[in-house]
Design a protein around this ligand. Structure first.
Ligand code: C2E
Ligand code: CA
Ligand code: CA
Length: 726
């Protein structure tokens, strides 16, 4: 590329370009202005919005440098206003926010047809600023982006009004939303269709606009919401679940589009709430999608009140088309959104454009950091879906998964999809050695932990093949397998979240199950589905009680976290490298990986963690005089002692050259001290029985226990256990 020649203009030059700097930090504004003066610009600065718009009018700048985040009116609001004023100045956006967010903001401003030259990251480099200023002198205005073609321009509001009152003309189609990681159906978005006898099928972009411009939108919204809630109530019944032998449709969410114009309409939202009640649909199954611009139109206080009341009532709120419009981080934080929906234009391009990839990732990151659900729409191929999964985007929607479908086709679509998914699941499962195989300590330690933490008589890891439910790990339970039809877990794996059955005798899904009536007399069941790294589910981690039981959200979270330990195990290949060949213990790396996972679990659930260590000194001498075999045997002996120390033993493994560690999660002080005494006794007994070894090596015991705090790393914690050897 040809290097642009540097522009040298004099401030006095009547052709000098004019720069207006808008930044709430006076020092920053002044510095920018000085650099620009040196580049030959005439400059003005301002620190507040009112003054900015006054100067815009009087000074008529060629270039504007605008700070994205300011206290009273943020940069995006300013950009929106600039667009409304048809501003033709070149604009440089500056900010201290993450570069990705800055680019996403620039991209959305470009969509407003503003002439964005580039972004300036703060703290900024003089070089970058000079380059951008030069660019502003050399560049020409880019053509505006395409907007939606205005076909069907002879449609009148009377046509639409008549259609709204004719139940046959306005129809609703439903587009599925799935979880990126597992492919499980999460819900549908309802999209309006107008089947007009006069104009054919009219594009919603067109008739929604006509409705908005002619005060028909609330009426239209009611028709669409009414129809789609009727449909949702219909497919959520027990009858449908039994018919298709799948209860997942009872939990799916429905996303509805709400026009910006409707936000101030309190009566509309009260009506939606009442309609949900009458249809027995919990408000938390509905997601109301508002386009970015919606949030800022009309009477802000009423809109904000309406949105807040909707959230209080349990509805979810989604900010739609994020990245294209007018919103900003400030809006996101101020308004009670629970989901961010990345606009399809970025998602569709993300498979081929690195820029779009960056934007999608920046929006997903933003969503995650604000604790919002993230959805990407416009997923048109596997590559995009894989990318979204890799960046932690939760939900996906798009033609690759399915185009919008009419209501009468949905059950068939769902059944076919489930058949295909089950086939893929079984293939993936058969590639593991989980079915019918022997118990393994790496899983047993987790079920022991679950049983203890929840104080239940039974804890299991189940695996479901074509016809059976296998118990890969079991505590308080004897069967090797049951038939799949009886399995609670068969229902649990239909969803991605835990299945909780408080009292099986009162649940129509299970009250006639032989495991409830006879044999085990199951009353309470909580099962968290377990996935392989490819997202296919193998079965569950579940706890069972023969008494009915409550299970609160904190406990659901705990179960989910413990299930993550199992998934962690499933993700680590069980090849020969996982075992230390000299001693048969977990190898160092593998032990570390598991210990790290447990450490994180304790942090997130605020559980205490204790580490017991045995350090064997003098080994080198022993190996020299008696050979390595004898040294290895010492490790084996002590690993066995640790392993059999108590039913609460957790992970045991090798650490560094001469140490063995054991970790124990959330045990009371008394039990720990009993274990410690027991360990000392066993060590002394071992020394007595091994006089040759005892004359050379010294096995010393260490212990460290505390509630892990944020600063501490696993390394610190392990080292602390060696501080006072016994
Ligand atoms: P939207 O809310 O962003 O809806 C997503 C649009 O993207 C839908 O277009 C959908 O069919 C389309 N789409 C989904 N997946 C893909 C994909 O993979 N590739 C591509 N290229 N497109 C995909 P549709 O149904 O034509 O709706 C257009 C817009 O009309 C909607 O955009 C929404 O803003 C508005 N709209 C539709 N129904 C309603 C409604 O009931 N109320 C309101 N207020 N607006 C609605
Ligand atoms: Ca939408
Ligand atoms: Ca959208």
């Amino acid at each position: 590329m040809e290097k642009k020649s540097k522009v040298t203009l004099k401030n006095t030059d009547k052709n000098a370009k004019k720069l207006l700097v808008f930044d709430d930090e006076p020092m920053v504004a002044k510095t920018i202005s000085e650099v620009a003066s040196r580049e030959g610009f005439l400059t003005e600065l301002t620190h507040n919005a009112v003054d900015f718009f006054l100067k815009l009018d009087s000074f008529r700048p060629d270039v504007i440098i605008l700070d994205l985040i300011m206290p009273e009116m943020d940069g995006i609001e300013v950009l929106t206003k600039l667009e409304k004023m048809n501003c033709t100045s070149s604009i440089i956006i500056s900010s201290g926010v993450d570069i990705k967010v800055l680019s996403a903001a620039a991209e959305s401003a470009r969509d407003l047809n503003l002439h964005i030259i580039g972004t300036l990251e703060k703290p900024f480099s003089f070089k970058k600023l000079s380059e951008l200023l030069n660019e502003s002198v050399n560049s020409t205005i880019k053509p505006a982006r395409q907007s939606i073609p205005n076909q069907n321009s002879n449609i009148t509001s009377g046509d639409l009004s008549a259609a709204i009152n004719d139940p046959k003309q306005i129809k609703v189609v439903y587009q599925p939303k799935i979880f990126c990681r597992t492919g499980t159906l999460a819900g549908f978005e309802a999209l309006a269709r107008w089947h007009s006898p006069k104009f054919g099928i009219v594009n919603p972009y067109i008739f929604i606009q006509i409705a908005e411009q002619n005060d028909l939108i609330d009426e239209l919204t009611k028709v669409i919401i009414g129809k789609s809630l009727d449909w949702l109530a219909g497919i959520s019944t027990e009858r449908v679940a039994e018919l298709i032998d799948n209860h997942q449709l009872q939990n799916i969410k429905l996303s509805l589009n709400i026009s910006a114009k409707s936000l101030g309409n309190t009566e509309l939202f009260d009506w939606v709430y009442e309609y949900c009640k009458s249809k027995n649909i919990a408000p938390d199954r509905l997601v109301l999608e508002l386009t970015e611009s919606s949030a800022m139109q009309g009477d802000l206080t009423t809109s904000l009140n309406n949105l807040t009341r909707l959230r209080i009532r349990g509805f979810h709120l989604s900010i739609d088309d994020f990245g294209t419009g007018f919103s900003s981080m400030v809006q996101l934080v101020r308004l009670p959104f629970s989901e961010i929906k990345v606009d399809k234009s970025f998602v569709m391009e993300s498979a081929t454009s690195t820029e779009s990839k960056k934007i999608v990732k920046s929006i997903v990151d933003l969503g995650i950091s604000l604790g919002l659900n993230t959805t990407a729409e416009g997923v048109e191929n596997q590559l995009t879906l894989d990318f979204l999964n890799s960046i932690g985007c939760e939900l996906a929607q798009g033609y690759f998964i399915s185009p919008p479908i009419y209501d009468f086709k949905i059950i068939d679509w769902f059944k076919n999809r489930e058949v295909k998914r089950e086939k893929a699941r079984l293939i993936s499962l058969h590639n593991t050695n989980l079915i019918g195989s022997e118990p393994e300590e790496r899983f047993d330690r987790i079920t022991r932990l679950a049983k203890r933490l929840f104080d239940t008589p039974i804890a299991l890891i189940t695996v479901l093949d074509e016809s059976k439910q296998w118990f890969k790990s079991k505590q308080g339970f004897d069967l090797k397998y049951t038939s799949r039809t009886q399995a609670f877990c068969n229902k649990a794996i239909q969803s991605d979240s835990a299945l909780i059955v408080h009292d099986a005798t009162k649940d129509p899904k299970f009250s006639k199950n032989p495991l409830v009536l006879a044999e085990l007399k199951i009353r309470f069941y909580a099962g968290q589905p377990l996935s392989l790294p490819d997202g296919n589910k193998i079965g569950t981690l579940c706890i069972i009680d023969n008494k009915p039981r409550e299970f609160n959200t904190q406990e659901i979270k705990k179960l989910k976290q413990i299930a993550k330990l199992v998934e962690h195990e499933l993700a680590i290949p069980t090849d020969l490298n996982s075992i230390d060949f000299q001693t048969g213990l977990l190898s160092r790396d593998i032990f570390r990986a598991h210990a790290e996972a447990a450490f994180k679990l304790c942090k997130s659930l605020n559980l205490s963690l204790v580490i017991f260590s045995i350090q064997i000194s003098g080994l080198d001498d022993l190996n020299k005089t008696h050979g390595n075999e004898i040294g290895n045997k010492i490790f084996k002996d002590f690993a066995e002692i640790l392993q059999n120390l108590s039913p609460n033993t957790d992970l045991v493994g090798r650490y560094r050259n001469s140490r063995i560690l054991m970790q124990i999660i959330s045990l009371d002080f008394l039990t720990i001290s009993e274990m410690l005494n027991n360990l000392k006794e066993q060590r002394d007994l071992w020394l007595l029985n091994h006089p040759i070894e005892a004359s050379v090596v010294r096995p010393r015991i260490g212990v460290c226990g505390r509630a892990p705090d944020d600063e501490e790393t696993l390394e610190h914690f392990i080292e602390a256990s060696f501080l006072h050897p016994m």
